[in-house]
Write a protein that binds this ligand. Structure first.
Ligand SMILES: Cc1cc2nc3c(=O)[nH]c(=O)nc-3n(C[C@H](O)[C@H](O)[C@H](O)COP(=O)(O)OP(=O)(O)OC[C@H]3O[C@@H](n4cnc5c(N)ncnc54)[C@H](O)[C@@H]3O)c2cc1C
Length: 482
């Protein structure tokens, strides 16, 4: 285990060592290094756009669900007999499904207040969990409606299914939609997803848009809440249309406009460590992007083999007015190919995204990085005010990325860096146990902690911090997996 420590100044507080626009470690090919004797500069104020918190977002979602239940209540004069109860339950579940798919799409529409307030990984988790509920509701809706109609008409469920499919408007299309959504749900289950390439899973997911379009008309044509209720039809259609416009706006129009405006291109590629490279990306008026250290973009490099897929990578230095940097570990075919990018390659970037953007909480700050999880923390380390301790866990000395930069920033801002390298066997125990963390950061429970690394290391570190007395609300983490 190697430990390098830099003590803080008398006040224990420091400003920014590397201002946006300055790149400790330099552009590829240059040798510029930060001057440790330079007084740290306060980071320029960042314009923080509106953000929606989890509680507010959940309140809006639940309020919408209550309105949907109200719609069912108004359109259901009474429920009689077994058939009536089954049909009533099927109808209410159907309405909730129709509402639920809109929420699922809205969560993934890249809405800036949600992206910045909840963070993409939380949105993806909510989307995945909500998706499981909605698919279950769709199955229950179909079964209850068939059973309820069959009970009311005193026929068996097979002949009632045939009647529904052939004689009710648009039910056949809705059935195809239901199977499509069920299929997407199945390939999204953890066991299936692990066996699929990310891109295969991602493109299969696009069938949900087709399914939503196919299922829409049967709701208005067959739903008791909408037949003869123009206001309800209008409201329901407006809800779908609004989400469609938001998706097209934030997932297509805004990135296209941003690409035209900022004209991003690769400036160069620099090797940082075995299997780890930095890509320097230049552009115009990048400060207008309002990107913050800790955020990420979805990058699409316009070469013949890479243009068709975008991948998320965090900024590994505070964004400048004309340059950004990402640092990428070679984990698969895409990340490997980035090492061969040529200067001048056009880049299409969607973002900035992510809520892993600390403010000044007044507490001390602990940054805990594992492997390539150092990237967002490297950017934060240079700019976050206050007393900061960085703990960087890497497999070996050679795997440490940005060592010179981190040491220079630590010296300039009077911060502390601990490098924890080697396997558990070499170290003789868990390098991130509560005991070790307490020995490295004596006032650990007074820290605001930011953790980023592989998912196993991140959850172990979060548990250790909790065990060491850091309250849950003061622990923040980013997952590199959606
Ligand atoms: C918010 C966020 C920030 C990230 N920042 C960094 C960073 O700064 N540096 C870094 O090296 N890595 C980062 N990653 C991880 C990086 O995106 C993946 O390692 C990379 O996309 C792998 O692609 P591949 O084709 O090379 O490997 P593959 O072998 O195809 O994929 C490896 C794993 O990466 C994930 N993945 C693959 N493609 C995508 C995609 N298009 N979108 C999302 N996940 C994908 C999947 O979980 C997959 O199992 C980040 C991930 C996220 C979610």
């Amino acid at each position: 285990m190697t430990s390098v420590a830099r003590r803080s100044g008398p006040t224990g507080r420091a400003g920014s060592a590397a201002r946006p626009g300055t790149y400790p470690g330099g552009r590829p090919g240059s040798v510029s290094r930060p001057d440790p004797s330079r007084r740290p500069q306060p980071a320029p104020p960042v314009r923080r756009p509106a953000r929606a918190g989890p509680r507010g977002t959940l309140t809006v979602i639940i309020a919408g669900a209550i309105v949907v239940l109200g719609l069912w209540w108004r359109s259901t004069p009474g429920v009689h007999g077994l058939g009536g109860w089954l049909t009533g339950a099927g109808v209410v579940l159907g309405l909730l499904c129709g509402y639920g798919v809109v929420i699922l799409v809205a969560l993934m529409a890249r809405l800036p207040p949600l992206e910045r307030g909840l963070g993409t990984d939380k949105l993806a988790r909510w989307h995945a969990m909500g998706g499981r509920y909605v698919v279950s509701l769709i199955v229950a809706h179909a079964l209850l409606i068939i059973w309820g109609y069959a009970a009311t008409a005193h026929v068996n469920v097979v002949s009632e299914s045939a009647t529904l499919l052939t004689q009710y408007p648009d039910v056949l299309m809705a059935t195809v939609a239901g199977f499509l959504l069920l299929g997407v749900g199945i390939v999204s289950m953890r066991a299936a997803r692990r066996r699929l390439r990310y891109e295969t899973w991602y493109f299969l997911h696009f069938y949900t848009y087709l399914a939503i379009a196919l299922a829409f008309s049967h709701q208005l044509a067959d739903g008791a809440a909408f037949v003869g209720n123009l206001a309800a039809r209008f409201w329901w259609s407006a809800m779908y249309l609004t989400v469609l416009v938001l998706v097209l706006w934030y997932r297509v129009a805004v990135p296209l406009r941003s690409s035209r405006r900022h004209r991003l291109e690769v400036l160069g590629v620099k090797e940082e460590a075995p299997g780890v490279i930095s890509v320097y990306i230049g552009g115009r008026r990048l400060d207008e992007l309002d990107a913050e250290p800790g955020q990420f973009f979805r990058w699409r490099f316009l070469t013949r083999s890479l243009w068709w897929s975008s991948h998320p990578f965090s900024l590994s230095a505070a964004p400048g007015a004309d340059m950004m940097r990402i640092t990428v570990k070679n984990l698969g075919d895409h990340s490997q190919a980035l090492a061969r990018l040529q200067p001048g390659t056009r880049v299409f970037a969607e973002g900035p995204y992510g809520a892993f953007t600390p403010g000044d909480s007044g507490r001390g700050v602990l940054l805990l990085a594992g492997g390539v999880g150092i990237t967002p923390l490297r950017a934060i380390f240079a700019t976050l005010p206050g007393h900061v301790t960085l703990i960087y866990r890497a497999s070996s000395e050679q795997d440490i990325v940005f060592r010179d930069e981190l040491d220079a920033i630590a010296a300039a801002r009077g911060a502390t860096v601990h490098y924890l390298t080697g396997s558990r066997a070499e170290i003789g125990g868990d390098p991130l146990s509560p005991r070790v963390l307490r020995s490295l950061v004596p006032d650990l429970d007074q820290q605001e902690a930011y953790v980023c690394g592989p998912s196993g290391m991140t959850s172990a570190a979060v548990q250790a911090l909790r065990a060491a007395g850091v309250p849950r609300q003061h622990i923040h983490f980013e997952s590199f997996e959606f």
